[in-house]
Design a protein around this ligand. Structure first.
Ligand SMILES: [Zn+2]
Length: 461
């Protein structure tokens, strides 16, 4: 039985799908104004893990991850400039080009990082009508008001507004910064539709019943959840910084309109720290996927590092930690290549490998990796195991952890030839020649271990 920590109740609960085996799941995706940093990738890797775990537990996830390409302002609380418009202005480009470039980059990177393919990756700008329709219905129900720069959601009309994030609204109102729009009725009220400034033509703007403008950030998720997954989802997910504003606002507008819970389970991932600081663009300490790959690390190494810590704890990124994860991955890969080295009539059986129970326990990846390591500790590096059993175990590991062990290649015929020559040199007691051949192999990233049943090769990195 899958168990998940539900932010709604602050408890670990049994997961019971609304209409099993189907599971509807929405993940708040990236705002595509720049390269995603590794903090974003850690979050998405963990959602991919959730999807893999759901599948292994017998569910059929319908996973939607959106692309925010309009309306996300530099402050989550509807202040400042649109992030895409700002980036476009800084680079002398059009906001549409920025959206296209970083949107495509995100989708390409999902493949690079071996993500489960989401069912849909909808863009906010492709759903303007749905958002306008959503706002019109909220307006008809009396949840909105108009001020000089847009149409806002009146949080006073939704009495449960503070419940999800357990906010202290009085304290927030008293502490509201002076720059909060003074026309707003409550500090927490948020924009559903923003008007284009009268003296300016925006790259991204649309006609609406309220005038030219663009949607607020929060309404896109509510509109796309409703369109693709229905009024009530099984799981809604995002980062913990979405809890007090973005998800609180999504709940307010969706539940006000649909009169049904937006999601049964809310799953949130914690931050990743770099040098003890939260990684964020505003702190100027971002690291991208390309930075990591330029250092010679693979996407699977980043994935393994993300899985080493539990999704609800703060994890730390460092290149030392990446090197340690890489060494760990090499060990797994060297288990996978044992299947290429099976002796004729290999009879040794592998012990069963259990990873799903740890993952079904609120996605406990540290325990799953510990189980994998202790299982590997019992395995001799030998060619006596049956290749079909090795293949079955690596398929299990790959299905759950996405480490692509099945695609680790065999060595070349030339390398095999060198191994045979070295074996011959050893039986001829020509130690000098055997050493030379070993050195030659090591230059091709292969080392040889001499075992009673013959040599075993391994990748060095
Ligand atoms: Zn969202």
């Amino acid at each position: 039985m899958l168990r998940l920590y539900n932010t709604l109740t602050r408890e670990i609960e049994d997961f019971r799908a609304l209409q099993p085996p189907k599971v509807t799941i929405y993940t708040c995706g990236p705002t595509v104004y720049d390269y995603m940093h590794i903090g974003n990738w850690f979050t998405f890797i963990r959602y991919d893990l959730l999807i893999r775990t759901l599948k292994a537990s017998g569910f059929e996830p319908n996973w939607v991850i959106n692309i925010t390409d309009v309306g996300h302002l530099t402050s989550d609380a509807d202040e400042g400039e649109d992030k895409l418009a700002k980036k476009a202005a800084n680079e002398g480009k059009n906001a549409w080009d920025i959206a296209q470039f970083y949107g495509d980059y995100f989708i390409t990177s999902l493949t690079k990082l071996n993500f489960t393919t989401p069912t849909q990756i909808p863009k906010a700008t492709d759903h303007i009508n749905e958002q306008i329709d959503f706002i019109l219905k909220l307006e008809a129900k009396g949840y909105t008001y108009r001020i000089s720069d847009g149409i806002y959601f009146d949080t006073a009309k939704f009495p449960r507004y503070a419940d999800f994030a357990r906010l202290d609204l009085d304290e927030q109102q008293a502490g509201a910064r002076v720059e909060v729009n003074p026309e707003k009725h409550q500090a927490n009220d948020f924009a559903l539709w923003k008007f284009s400034p009268s003296d300016q033509k925006r790259d991204m703007e649309w006609d609406s019943p309220w005038g030219k403008g663009f949607p607020g950030w929060h309404i896109e998720c509510s509109a796309m959840c409703l369109k693709y997954l229905g009024p009530t989802l099984d799981i809604h997910s995002g980062g913990i910084d979405h809890i007090p504003v973005h998800h609180t606002n999504e709940i307010a507008q969706s539940e006000a309109l649909n009169e049904a819970p937006l999601a049964k389970y809310w799953v949130h991932t914690n931050h990743i720290l770099l040098s003890e600081q939260k990684i964020s663009k505003s702190l100027g300490n971002t690291i991208t996927l390309e930075d990591i790959m330029a250092q010679g690390f693979s996407g699977e190494t980043l994935r393994l590092l993300a899985l080493e810590s539990h999704y609800r704890s703060q994890s730390k990124f460092s290149y030392d930690a990446m090197r340690a994860a890489q060494a760990r991955l090499v060990r797994y890969r060297n288990f996978a290549v044992l299947r290429y080295q099976q002796q004729d009539n290999a009879t040794e059986h592998l012990a069963p490998l259990e990873l799903l129970p740890q993952l079904e326990n609120d996605l406990n990846t540290p325990l799953a990796l510990a189980a994998l390591e202790s299982w590997l500790n019992q395995i001799e590096l030998s060619n006596r195991y049956r290749a079909d059993e090795i293949t079955e175990r690596i398929k299990l590991i790959d299905a759950l952890l996405g480490l692509k062990l099945e695609s680790v290649p065999d060595i070349s015929d030339q390398q095999k030839q060198l191994i045979n020559e070295r074996k011959q040199a050893r039986s001829d007691q020509d130690w000098a020649k055997a050493d030379t051949l070993r050195a030659q192999l090591e230059q091709t990233n292969i080392t040889v271990l001499d075992r009673p049943d013959g040599p075993i090769w391994q990748y060095l990195s």
